[in-house]
Design a binder for this molecule. Structure first.
Ligand code: GDP
Ligand code: MG
Length: 187
């Protein structure tokens, strides 16, 4: 029923009252860890090898702040930055834009995504929330993206910002996805 809507988050109508949906699109450069983060969130496990060309959408029944939500996560696999974005631009009720803190180029790719997203969402009321997410926090020794650069990019585009590691403990990863649901609910 709700699946075809242009914006994904909505309270369900009468027949399955209590159900709400939230569609999260996970975007970013290949290798930034989108699939590892998605799988970690869904299974609590770190899968280190994942087909970089595989794009899939997963569904999970979650409870966020005591409220059930049918969470759909599109783990995208754009080959080279934002292109053919239509499939997620209209689908998503929140965006996670991911880079790897040890890869400057992945951070620059985020800027391209944020440009595309902000152009798209500017026309929408309410705007679709965006979270900027630095992954591979365990690679601190090889950090190429400072926290302050990320904070200023996030504030320029009005995003929330977090740093996590898909291969470390679970709660911070869960927190990011739950924040995406909260932000979508707020809109
Ligand atoms: P995607 O192309 O964005 O989906 O990236 P993947 O999830 O396939 O991950 C790319 C590579 O980074 C793989 O070798 C993963 O094992 C590795 N990786 C993903 N997340 C982390 C992380 O948090 N820390 C470290 N050290 N490696 C990670
Ligand atoms: Mg992937």
């Amino acid at each position: 029923l709700m699946f075809g809507r242009s914006r994904g988050f909505s309270a369900a109508s009468a027949p399955d009252r209590g159900r709400a949906e939230c569609n999260v699109a996970v975007l970013g450069m290949t290798g930034s860890g989108k699939s590892a983060l998605t799988v970690k969130f869904l299974t609590r496990r770190f899968i280190s090898e994942y087909d970089p060309n595989l794009e899939d959408t997963y569904t999970s029944e979650e409870v966020v702040d005591q409220q059930p939500v049918l969470l759909k996560i599109m783990d995208t696999a754009d080959q080279d930055g934002p292109a053919n974005c239509e499939r997620y631009l209209t689908w998503a009720s929140a965006f996670l834009v991911v880079y790897s803190i040890d890869n400057r180029r992945s951070f620059e790719t985020c800027q391209q995504y944020l440009d595309v997203l902000s152009l798209h969402t500017k026309g929408l009321h309410p705007e679709t929330p965006i979270i900027l997410l630095g992954n591979k926090l365990d690679m601190e020794r090889h950090r190429q993206v400072s926290k302050s650069d990320a904070v200023s990019l996030a504030s320029r585009y009005g995003c929330l910002f977090f740093e996590v590691s898909a291969c470390a403990n679970y709660p911070p990863v869960q927190h990011v996805f739950h924040e995406a649901v909260r932000e979508a609910r707020r809109e």
